[in-house]
Design a binder for this molecule. Structure first.
Ligand SMILES: [Mn+2]
Length: 263
């Protein structure tokens, strides 16, 4: 089987790149698997259905026979793709409430990222360049750059399925099983990932918070406050029972976000 055959069979990935999970799907599918990825360009938490349908019509020629429609539960979108003769694979794991107060239950134990990896048959561990975090995620501190893509995919999936508590749990688990590189601090990694998530989703006043931190004086002030907060959390962390740790960590991170971004 030649390389062309493989590429022809590769599905097109259709999604909105507006959070950590979708950014990582885009990176792996496009840069590692060589699939065409179409970003529907709608913001997190909602989208304009006719804009998305229009965009798909414009980019019709780029669509493979099979398309993965990821977290885009819009009837018109699916219908448009069906009319084009495409085989649509719906990838999702969320419970939606539609305008008509109806429920669309697409829940799954697997995140969309997990499902895409399974569908494409990708094991992030064996991908070339897996020692580096995708530059598209633009992690802000050094700690994140040292984690491999397999661990990253694992954590991004946890963040998407269970938010901060599940993310904290999996960071702790990776650390205890020796799968985090030496020097990667649990709190710092949690912070990196959540900061990226908030930047991509534009949730909370994160952009304003980051802009403010560019001022060295503001940064120095907040850095000290953040350090105090984390030291306090780590102090609790070492003294309390294991089962209470995640709650403390989640609380510390939430407080830190408020400190940086405002409430
Ligand atoms: Mn998701």
């Amino acid at each position: 089987m030649g390389a062309n055959t493989v590429i022809e069979k590769m599905p097109t990935i259709i999604l909105n790149v507006n959070d950590l999970e979708s950014a990582l799907i885009q990176h792996i599918a496009q840069d590692q698997a060589g699939a065409t990825v179409i970003d529907l360009q709608q913001p997190w938490g909602g989208g304009n259905e006719s804009d998305m349908t229009e965009l798909l019509r414009e980019r019709r020629d780029e669509l493979a026979e099979t398309v993965l429609l990821i977290e885009a539960p819009y009837a018109n979108l699916e219908r448009t793709l069906n009319v084009m003769g495409k085989q649509v694979v719906v990838i999702d794991h969320h419970l939606y409430h539609t305008h008509n107060n109806e429920t669309l239950d697409l829940r799954s134990d697997l995140s969309s990222l997990d499902q895409v990896l399974l569908f494409l048959g990708i094991d992030p561990l064996t991908q070339p360049g897996s020692a580096q975090l995708p530059p598209c995620l633009g992690l802000v501190t050094d700690s994140g750059g040292e984690i491999d893509l397999d661990a990253l995919a694992h954590l991004v999936s946890a963040n998407d399925r269970g938010h901060i508590p599940l993310l904290a749990h999996h960071i702790n688990e990776l650390d205890e099983s020796g799968k985090l590189p030496p020097g990667v601090d649990q709190c710092e990694l949690l912070w990196d990932l959540r900061l990226n998530e908030m930047t991509l989703t534009h949730t909370m006043a994160i952009d304003g918070g980051i802009a403010e931190l560019a001022d060295p004086k503001v940064f120095a002030d907040k850095k000290q406050a953040l350090e105090n907060l984390f030291n306090q959390a780590m102090d609790y962390w070492t003294r309390i029972g294991k089962e209470a740790r995640f709650a403390i960590l989640a609380l510390a991170v939430t407080n830190a976000m408020t400190l940086v971004c405002g409430s």
